[in-house]
Design a protein around this ligand. Structure first.
Ligand SMILES: O=c1ccn([C@@H]2O[C@H](COP(=O)(O)OP(=O)(O)O[C@H]3O[C@H](CO)[C@H](O)[C@H](O)[C@H]3O)[C@@H](O)[C@H]2O)c(=O)[nH]1
Length: 334
């Protein structure tokens, strides 16, 4: 029986595929390579290039593979882009989920682990954020993922498809050997942008907003290492295989770092000056996002290995030094 990983050539998906292979799972990957990289996919996984919204393609994958469960990473995830082009997000993310569940119902696949996001909570009323907090997104990206959670809820009731929604906070870092990592075009995320400045590829970091109600005025986020995140998906799959009901879990470290603190940590890790300037707020950004993640720890048995943001940045820097131009620099993942 195979684990089908949708979006397995993307940043988080490729790390999850790698961990699944390391743990002895049989893995099939689907990715349309719009934002993913073929070279990021562990070559022990079977690879199908195509789009999950293409029902004929998806059916052909389910025909060829005996799927025990699906891990679904295939989605767009850039907050500012979603503000400019919301329909792109509702099409790929939300409509893509409908197509996927149709195929799962058709092929009697009853388990799905799904990438949700802290962005479904919007601007929280209480920090740290618990899974029971109101979900009121402040941007279309979060709204598209909230709609996906709701679609899964009703599909569970109607078709018995059990799901685990993993609500990620801010993901960073890379496989410690530097063989796979984050490579977005264009890059919009804080840690890789800071490292591009450290590497001399960008002149300076723009810090979006310094008048938020936070200790130093910049946004506060909760950072999780991509390998810890990947491992949570495997635990969630096992949880569903044990026959549990559908559930949702936050994945974070329960510690907040401001954008300025991340910059300082990166200066220390890279030993480079990393020039930065204050810039206007970015539309759609909540002020502070910190997870209460004890539910994942107690119910899934999740034990994140990385609790130091400098260690997380160090693995991202290792990847950056190993592959300065990302996957353009390298052939494949052993
Ligand atoms: O050049 C930059 C880039 C980012 N930031 C700031 O850095 C923080 C983090 O921004 P990212 O774009 O790295 O991450 P987000 O918090 O916007 O988004 C992340 O968390 C979200 C949940 O809120 C979603 O899950 C999303 O997919 C994930 O990337 C924000 O305050 C942002 O304004 C800057 O100041 N300068």
């Amino acid at each position: 029986m195979a684990v089908l990983v949708l979006g397995g050539a993307g940043y988080i998906g490729s790390h999850a595929v790698d961990r699944l292979i390391q743990k002895g799972y049989d893995v099939a990957v689907v990715d349309n390579l719009v934002t993913g990289h073929r070279a990021a996919v562990n070559n022990k996984a079977r690879f199908y290039e195509g789009d999950i919204r293409d029902a004929a393609f998806l059916n052909s994958v389910f025909e060829q593979e005996k799927v025990e469960g699906v891990i679904h990473f295939a989605a767009f995830s850039i907050v500012p882009e979603s503000m400019k082009d919301p329909l792109k997000y509702f099409d790929n993310n939300t409509a893509g989920m409908v197509k996927l569940l149709e195929a799962m119902a058709r092929y009697n696949v009853k388990k799905i682990v799904f990438s949700s996001t802290a962005a479904t909570y919007g601007e929280p009323k209480e920090v740290p954020i618990r899974e029971t907090a109101p979900q009121v997104p402040t941007n279309p990206y979060g709204e598209s993922k909230l709609a996906m959670e709701k679609i899964m809820h009703w599909s569970d009731i109607a078709y018995g498809i059990k799901f685990v929604a993993l609500r990620y906070f801010n993901v960073a870092g890379a496989k410690p050997d530097g063989s796979i990592g984050e490579d977005h075009h264009p890059e919009t995320h804080l840690v890789p942008i800071i490292l591009q400045v450290a590497a001399g590829e960008r002149e300076q970091l723009q810090i979006f907003g310094n008048d938020y109600p936070t200790p130093d005025g910049t946004n506060v986020r909760d950072y999780v290492h991509v390998i810890d995140l990947a491992d949570a998906h495997i635990l969630a799959l096992e949880y569903l295989k044990q026959g549990h009901e559908s559930n949702a879990f936050n994945l974070g470290s329960s510690t907040g770092f401001s954008n300025k603190q991340i910059l300082d940590a990166a200066r220390s890790v890279t030993e480079r000056p990393i020039p930065a300037v204050n810039a206007p707020r970015r539309a759609g950004d909540p002020s502070t996002l910190i997870a209460a993640s004890d539910k994942a720890r107690s119910i899934l048995g999740w034990k994140p290995q990385y609790d130091d943001v400098k260690e997380i940045i160090k693995t991202a820097w290792n990847w950056k030094k190993n592959a300065p131009a990302g996957y353009d620099d390298r052939g494949g993942n052993e």
